[in-house]
Design a protein around this ligand. Sequence first.
Ligand code: NDP
Ligand code: 2IT
Length: 447
Amino acid sequence: MNRSDALAEAFLAELSVTDDSHPNTYHAISDVARDVLTVEKNDPAWSAARVLRRLSDPDRILSFRVTWEDDNGDVRVNRGWRVQGSNAIGPYKGGLRFHPSVNEDVLRFLAFEQCFKNALTGLPLGGAKGGANLDPRGLSEREIMRFCQAFMAQLEPFVGPDQDVPAGDINVGAREIGYLFGAWRQRRGLYQGSLTGKGLSYGGSEMRIEATGFGLVYFVQAALAEQGHDIKGKRVAISGKGNVATHAALKATEEGARVISLSDTSGTLVAPDGMSPDLIRWVQERKARGEDLSDPPKSDAAQFREGEVPWDLEPDIALPCATQNELDASMARTLIDGQVEMVAEGANMPLTSDAARVLRHAHVVHLPGKAANAGGVAVSGLEMSQMSQRRFASAEDVDASLRSIMADIHARVSEEGRGTGEIDYVRGANLAGYRRLAKAISAQGIL
Ligand code: NDP
Ligand code: 2IT
């Protein structure tokens, strides 16, 4: 065992979370521990402050019952959470997810990752994540509204522009943010930027909807440029059909790539010659209506493959944009057999630990989500500034800022990850995020 693995092992043994009790949290923390503990050990102030130990335990976990009434007049009960990771560098910030798979472990790992991601943006944003174990499929518009109001009735005292600023994530988009913001301002009696991802008519930012997917493509372009390559003509396989996946698809297509897939839990839509923007917009409409991707328009030579994932399509670039642990070691091997050059994470932690190891051994460039998908929260940060100033920027200006933030993140991460050979982006992102957090945490005393 090398020194960093030994340090990580001893460190992990001390935590209250284990691989059995909190598999996702344990996975996220161990990956970071392996990369940063040697650096922490070598800095007396950071080591004394026990920076990573503190970051591994969120500041607080709020857990609450959400009671609401469905259209039949029946009372429904769900569990909601907000995990506030750290506010050492700015107010707590991160999305809300409504999905039956949501539990404390999932939200703890997401809040932990968010602290590092937000540090990488260079903006004053702490880290948090929240959500509920709600399955919104089949719920009516009014049921969604009542659920959001009931959720915010519980969370309102903990949310505010200098306190904690939630945003969207899986199944929480512009519609849900509207209901959540309405409920917050009515309860608090203040008109402030307490959530991001708001509509343009009530304090939202241009480009926030597009930001994560567009930022992912900008990051991929920066990494390709580093190797003297270009995205033009590359075959790009994307999983997911939501906000991140479809906006990455639109931007990659605009930049000259061939997007050969989008997917959902029921299967994969495959377009061997590349998707047209119209086909991608058709996917967005289907998603908005809660429908699957079977029977695509005949005009686009695309077929739906039920129950399949897109990783056997021999892409040059793979963009997992659906959910955590969606890509395992055998899928990683399939990608390698198909000569994949780069895997960039639009989703948070979409690769299992084994999949990441397989890619590393095969020297495939792996761009981790905490860097590659940071464009969404970065534009959320810009939305917060615009709301405070009551001055809103044009789409062109926000897009230019997003491009420059992604280029800055790439520069920071590649500098940290540049060893003697190829750039290790995973290590680079962990170290660059850690350093910013460590400086702030060690300077602010024992808290
Ligand atoms: P959306 O709700 O817009 O879309 C999620 C999509 O992923 C759904 O269509 C869902 O399919 C699909 N999906 C879920 N699980 C799987 C699976 N196992 N295989 C294939 N498809 C699946 O969510 P977002 O696009 O916002 O989020 C996607 C990922 O990106 C998440 O990991 C999120 O944390 C991350 N992310 C999001 C950001 C944002 O700004 N929104 C920012 C940074 C990261 P179905 O319709 O069948 O349920
Ligand atoms: O995972 C993420 O970065 C998000 N869901 C966006 C968070 C935000 O606050 O915009």
